[in-house]
Each structure stands twice: as C-alpha cells, then as structure tokens.
Design a protein around this ligand. Structure first.
Ligand code: SAM
Length: 271
C-alpha cells in the first residue's frame, strides 16, 4: 500500500531503527507523553489513537502501562504486530489521508510522532488536523512530537546528508521544517484550546555516552537505509557512500552535535 506514498522502505532495518528510536526518546523524555492524560488513562475506558504508528512500539508500551485504556495504531505500512499483541490494542492498515470511519468525538487522546516526513503542509493543515479534531472528544487531547532536522554543531558531512534528505522530501512536496508550523496548526484550529509545548535536548555521539552513541547510530542507519537512493543523488558508489557514513560518525565524535526534540499539545474545546 505504501511504496509510492511514503519515502522510506519498510524493511527490517527501518523497523529496528524505529523501535530503537522509541526507546531513545523515552529515555530522553523519561515519559511517553507530556499532556495531562495520566488520570484518564489510569481510570479506564480511555480510547487512544496513534497516527502513523510504525511498528507500534509506543502503542505496545502504553498498552502495558495502562491496561484499562484501549489503544489503536494506524499506519499505511502494515509493520505493526498482526496477531501477538496485548488485548487492549488494535492496529489498522490504512492511509490517514483517506479519513477515518470513526464517529465524531470518539478518542480521548490522539498522538502523532515523526510524521513531518510523511505529510505535505497542505495535508497537515487541511486534511489531517481537521479529521483528527473531528474524531477527538471534547476535552480530549492531541499531542504531536517532532525533532529538529538540523543539529547544533553540525559538520559539512552531516549537512551533505541532510540537504539530500531535505531535497528528496521536497521533491515529494514534503517540507521537513513543518515543525515550525505545528504550533500554529494547533493554536489556530477553532476547536482547540490550551496549547502547550515542551522541549528536550538530545546530545548526539559517543561523547554523550551510550544514549548519544545510539542516537548517532540511528541517524547513520537512516542514511544507510536510503543508500539505494542517496548514493546516486550524491554521485557516489555504494562503497564511497559507506565511507561517507563512517566519516559522518567521525565528524559527530569530533563536533559533538546536539538537537531538540519537541512535544506540542492542545485540548478540544468543550463548547
Ligand atoms: C518516521 S515513521 C514514525 C513511526 C512512529 N510514529 C514512531 O514514532 O515510531 C512515520 C510513519 O508514518 C507512516 N505513514 C506515512 N504516511 C502515512 C499515511 N498517509 N497514513 C498512515 N501512515 C503513514 C509510515 O508508514 C511510518 O510508519
């Protein structure tokens, strides 16, 4: 379903990368969400939707932390667990741009993480936000998580990969810097109130310990997965591309970059 619609191949390496990124972000934030959902999730009966859930790592962890709530993950790639999963989870293979068959005011909590790579500005603003707010209950919360594209202390090799990445997505109409507009999408929606945001700094590279090292490896893994497209775009052979990835890790160790991870959330108005 997804091959021409989403830019990343859904191969084993990408699934592993998303699992690992989930645990890195959880470690950095010390939580799976920031909005005031704790009590509702504990009381029971809360319905939660993870939009573009990938392999479902967030859903699976949340479902075991909150056994009385029910969790649904939706993704255009069926890379989530099909059969072996907790009873309070459900995964749906669907394109979020087709809309949902849920009635209005259905979910208590809607969560999206790292969908900047998947949607055009237009799709964010006019399709996805509108539809998600429709199926969110009054008093329910929508929380969106994204990370910086560019790092602080970024070196030339890293910039070379990033500009290829940005260009690749731009050719599909996707603006990776949509992160700057997400507060606006939430604040300007007439059904949403009580906007908040929070930030954590992530250090990248061995200099920052094991988490920093794994974060750097995650980036290298992303660019390795994209080698089949980016090596030709950069005019190098596969071997030269691999060498560039090794140089990227060396550059990271030397320059000690860091970047921010963001959470934005708002509540659907009761009136
Ligand atoms: C970068 S991954 C993030 C996955 C997950 N949210 C996480 O944080 O681990 C983006 C996900 O969005 C999914 N996706 C992209 N376009 C989509 C669409 N139109 N409808 C549903 N899922 C989509 C991709 O298949 C991919 O799993």
């Amino acid at each position: 379903m997804n091959d021409d619609k989403y830019f990343l191949p859904t191969i084993r390496d990408e699934i592993d990368r998303l699992h690992s990124l989930h645990f890195l972000l959880h470690h950095i934030w010390k939580s799976n969400f920031s909005s005031a959902m704790e009590e509702k999730l504990q009381w029971g009966g809360a319905k939660v939707l993870d939009v573009g859930c990938g392999p479902g790592t967030w859903v699976l962890e949340m479902a075991s932390n909150y056994p009385l709530a029910s969790f649904t993950g939706v993704d255009i790639s069926a890379i989530f667990p099909a059969e072996i999963k907790p009873q309070n989870t459900n995964f749906i293979h669907a394109d979020i741009l087709d809309g949902f068959s849920y009635p209005d005011n259905y979910f208590d909590f809607i969560y999206l993480r790292h969908l900047a790579v998947a949607l055009t500005d237009e799709q964010w603003k006019n399709t996805v936000m509108e539809e998600l707010v429709r199926i969110l209950k009054p008093g329910g919360i929508i929380e969106i998580m994204e990370s910086d594209v560019y790092w602080s202390n970024e070196g030339p090799i890293s910039q070379k990969f990033k500009s290829t990445y940005i260009e690749d997505l731009r050719s599909r109409g996707i603006n990776l810097f949509v992160i700057d507009k997400i507060p606006e999408f939430l604040q300007h929606n007439r059904h949403l109130v009580d906007f908040h945001q929070d930030t954590r700094q992530c250090s990248i590279g061995k200099w920052a310990g094991r988490v920093g090292e794994l974060t750097a490896d995650n980036t290298v893994q992303l660019f390795r997965i994209l080698k089949y497209r980016y090596a030709p775009m950069l005019g190098c052979s596969n071997d030269e591309y691999e060498k560039l990835l090794t140089e990227l890790l060396n550059e990271i160790d030397k320059l000690q970059p860091y970047a921010n991870s963001y959470r934005f959330w708002a509540t659907k108005t009761i009136i």
